[in-house]
Design a protein around this ligand. Structure first.
Ligand SMILES: [Zn+2]
Length: 203
């Protein structure tokens, strides 16, 4: 196989990328300045070395020293609330909005409606462990902040059901974002005002 074929196959592993788009990426790279292609290749090659996954919230963060926790998990963030979001880009949006000062947990995806093995799609086991470990830290509220679409709804219901027994036992309240987020909204595309409103109106 040629380099064109090989690279296309690698691009096809990207989310939402099919054969035709993968090929388009390869031809785009061939038409670019060598410096651009070199910079891209070198950033990719150091990505996993420079970025670590936090063992507390599971988000990706710039690796510093030997610790395994990110700055948000170790700093003086309010440990009484834990916000559960779908993915790293959702974390970025909420963080940027400045409307929330507590801790986070990245679920790692959503559960497709009618999925036979929901637990395999998200970090539900890790979330339960995190909650158990956070109870002594003064955790009193878990905020479920999923997108407002069928898959987000399905995921929220599943997570809510899975957490309810443990939360009840530990005296922790579970809330969901208010309807400030309109139907079809992905959290990562929400602006700061919308997020603030949704957080204020959580129930
Ligand atoms: Zn963290």
């Amino acid at each position: 196989m040629s380099s064109i074929e090989n690279l296309s196959q690698l691009f096809m592993k990207f989310p939402g990328i099919g054969t035709r788009q993968a090929k388009r990426f390869v031809y785009f790279l061939l038409s670019q300045d060598p410096h651009y292609v070199d910079a891209l290749a070198s950033e990719i090659s150091v990505l996993k070395k420079n970025i670590a996954q936090c063992t507390g919230c599971f988000r990706f963060y710039p690796r510093k020293g030997a610790g395994t926790l990110c700055n948000v998990c170790v700093d003086d963030a309010d440990s009484s609330t834990l916000m559960v979001v779908e993915k790293d880009t959702d974390f970025d949006s909420v963080r940027r909005s400045g409307s929330y000062a507590g801790r986070y947990f990245i679920l790692g995806g959503t559960i497709p409606v009618l999925e036979k093995d929901p637990a395999s799609k998200i970090r539900i086991r890790e979330l339960l462990e995190r909650i158990e470990g956070s109870a002594a830290d003064g955790l009193t509220e878990i905020i479920l902040a999923m997108s407002v679409n069928p898959e987000g709804d399905f995921t929220r219901d599943y997570v809510l059901k899975a957490l309810t027994p443990l939360a009840g036992q530990l005296g922790i309240t579970i809330t969901t974002l208010g309807r400030g987020l309109s139907t079809g909204t992905e959290l990562e595309y929400s602006d700061g005002d919308t997020l603030r409103h949704a957080l204020k109106n959580r129930a």
